[in-house]
Design a binder for this molecule. Structure first.
Ligand code: COA
Length: 335
């Protein structure tokens, strides 16, 4: 431990998507809907879904390895793994599952953060604290989701929105005194827990009472989520910028959680940002929950729509309700 706060460097980012594509037209085989209905309300045309035995651990492993490679690190260089998953395939720590896949010989701490689609920003905030204090140096964040296994595929108001994917970030102590996290903030309000939920209520002991197994599927009040987020998020992001003493002119890219194009546009309009500064891939991947921000970031850099040596504003929201934002530096070499 040290008295001086240690600045953080984002060393590498990576992502992974399943190959199976399900279009809006494909969904018409499941229920009464249309490409026009879905696209006009959400901005989504298609999504990637896991198939066969593929799951969030497989996706997370690839994203993690990509991020480690970009960071120029081996798995054994890591001091900690933090996983965020809205749809974990293993409730007893996705972080440990990723650790196992990385074949680490060191027994570093690995754990999960449950903050739904705001997971990446929560993890980054936690990692910043550990790096700043000097407790841990090299931290892998893996945000990975296979929502498709936990959706009710008869619920057309919810299942149209989500996709599967993983994003990862490796952070470390900055050796040049510059912190890549210019600001970071996380929020939640449990009063709105009813808007999105994934109950794991299990069942009581049969000696206590007869019972049935309840399916554990994602439940969402879409209209309620929309109204809540449209009210809080644009104002919140604007205030985050103001508190940092910055304006939207100082930000090169807005990289928002990819939940609904209309919510993204509401944030963009509030900040008065031109469209070319807004990174979106919702059209092709839908809402990949915690993974959506790191996928948008890593894919944007890989495809050249996000140039490095820049500044990005990340913002997200999710079940809980949780929300958060960060303004970060994107240095050369992270992807
Ligand atoms: N295709 C066609 N019709 C559909 C439909 C679908 N996929 N889903 C719902 N409908 C119908 C409803 O049954 C309803 O019909 P009714 O008026 O006859 O009852 C009508 O369309 C309107 O439904 P509603 O739920 O009010 O639609 P909406 O305009 O609110 O759009 C969402 C639904 C889900 C697209 C929208 O609310 C949304 O994007 N919310 C935000 C959700 C979100 O971001 N969640 C992620 C959080 S991380």
């Amino acid at each position: 431990m040290t008295d001086k706060l240690i600045p953080l460097r984002i060393a590498g980012v990576g992502y992974s998507l399943p190959e199976t594509v399900v279009t809006n037209d494909d969904l018409t085989k499941l229920y009464e809907t249309s490409d026009e209905w879905i696209y006009s309300r959400t901005g989504i045309k298609e999504r990637r879904l896991v198939s066969g035995n593929e799951n969030a651990i497989d996706l997370g492993e690839i994203a993690a390895k990509n991020a480690l490679k970009k960071a120029g690190m081996k798995a054994d260089d890591l001091d900690m793994i933090i996983a965020a998953s809205t749809a974990p395939i293993e409730l007893y720590s996705m972080g440990c599952q990723i650790q196992k896949r990385l074949d680490m010989t060191k027994q570093v701490p690995a754990f999960d953060v449950s903050a739904a689609c705001t997971g990446l920003i929560y993890c980054l905030s936690i990692a910043k604290g550990f790096v700043a204090s000097g407790m841990y140096k090299n931290i892998l964040i893996v945000a990975t989701d296979n929502n498709s296994k936990l959706l009710d595929w008869t619920d057309r108001g919810t299942s149209i929105l989500f996709g599967d994917g993983a994003g990862a970030m490796v952070v470390t102590a900055s050796d040049d005194g510059v912190d890549d996290i210019i600001t970071i903030d996380i929020k939640s309000d449990g009063k709105y827990d009813h808007l999105i939920s994934l109950p794991f209520d299990g069942k009581n002991c049969p000696l206590v009472e007869p019972n049935e197994v309840h399916p554990s599927l994602i439940k969402m009040n879409g209209k309620g989520v929309y109204a809540f987020v449209a009210k809080i998020l644009p104002k919140y992001v604007e205030e985050l910028l103001q508190k940092t003493g910055l304006t939207s002119d100082d930000i090169d890219y807005l990289i928002p959680h990819q939940a609904n194009i209309r919510i993204i546009q509401a944030v963009q309009e509030r900040l008065g940002m031109p469209e070319e500064k807004v990174v979106t891939n919702i059209k092709y991947y839908g809402n990949t929950s915690a993974a959506s921000i790191p996928i948008a970031l890593a894919e944007g850099v890989e495809k050249g729509s996000v140039k490095l040596g820049s500044t990005a504003l990340l913002c997200g929201f999710g079940a809980g309700m949780t929300w958060g934002g960060a303004i970060i530096r994107l240095r050369e070499g992270i992807c």
